[in-house]
Design a protein around this ligand. Structure first.
Ligand code: C5P
Length: 218
């Protein structure tokens, strides 16, 4: 059994940035479970399925194989043998992932993959239901959050930097919608595990958050 750190929280709280840095500092493997949901989302989109088409999504799970490999310590996501890592971070994929992750067949498909990685390696795994559902016996559980305003501002700055044309109000609305869907779905909704440490990063620097979480780990 590996040493397992679970880090859950809403979209845009900085989980992946923080988890990568903690992984480096502590020598763990960083497992990004959102990327696995995004990987399946690419599959659904390629089949022309739209976010609300629950039955088609469940059916399309049957011919999707998501696998994970590490190249120089960086997670690579494969869909039916094709490396799609570069295709995961678009708004369209994120939106499809947000809807399709509420479909039970989708979550079942990824559960074993996540548990196997955690059993075989020392990991810091980020997602929405890691501490509550995937790894209920994780050695450390963190619930990382930040205010909607902070998360929207960070996302806005990030997109602006890439030269994208975007509106702060729209980003804030998308974040609120995504939070609502993640927290209110029937299966494995986002919530803080009873034994998780709450870290609100709204007024913290990245380094402060990393140090705070690293201090919880062996
Ligand atoms: O974290 P990220 O934005 O990449 O995740 C994409 C979507 O996948 C989220 O909006 C969320 O609905 C879903 N997700 C999930 N459970 C996880 C990780 C992600 O439902 N463990």
């Amino acid at each position: 059994m590996g040493y397992n750190v679970a880090i859950d929280g809403p979209a845009g709280a900085g989980k992946s940035t923080i988890a990568k840095l903690v992984a480096k500092k502590k020598g763990y493997i960083y497992v990004d479970t959102g990327a696995m949901y995004r990987g399946l989302a690419v599959h659904f989109l390629r089949k022309g399925i739209r976010p609300g088409e629950t039955d088609k999504i469940a059916e399309a799970c049957e011919d999707a194989q998501v696998t994970i490999h590490y190249e120089n310590g960086v997670q690579q996501v494969y869909l039916n043998g094709d490396n799609i890592t570069e295709k995961l971070r678009t708004e369209e994929t994120g939106n499809m992932a947000s809807f399709s992750s509420a479909v039970p067949a989708v979550r079942e498909k990824l559960l074993e993959l996540q548990r196997t990685l955690a059993a075989e390696h020392d990991v810091i795994m980020d997602g929405r239901d890691i501490g509550t559902n995937i790894l209920p016996h994780a050695d450390v559980k963190i619930y990382l959050t930040a205010s909607v305003e902070t998360r929207a501002r960070r996302r806005f700055d990030e997109l602006k930097e890439k030269g994208a044309d975007c509106s702060y109000e729209q980003i804030a609305r998308d974040i609120e919608d995504r939070d609502y869907r993640d927290m209110h779905r029937d299966i494995a909704p986002l919530k803080q595990a009873e034994d998780a440490v709450l870290v609100d990063s709204s007024d913290m620097t990245i380094q402060e958050v990393v140090d705070r979480i690293a201090a919880c780990c062996a």
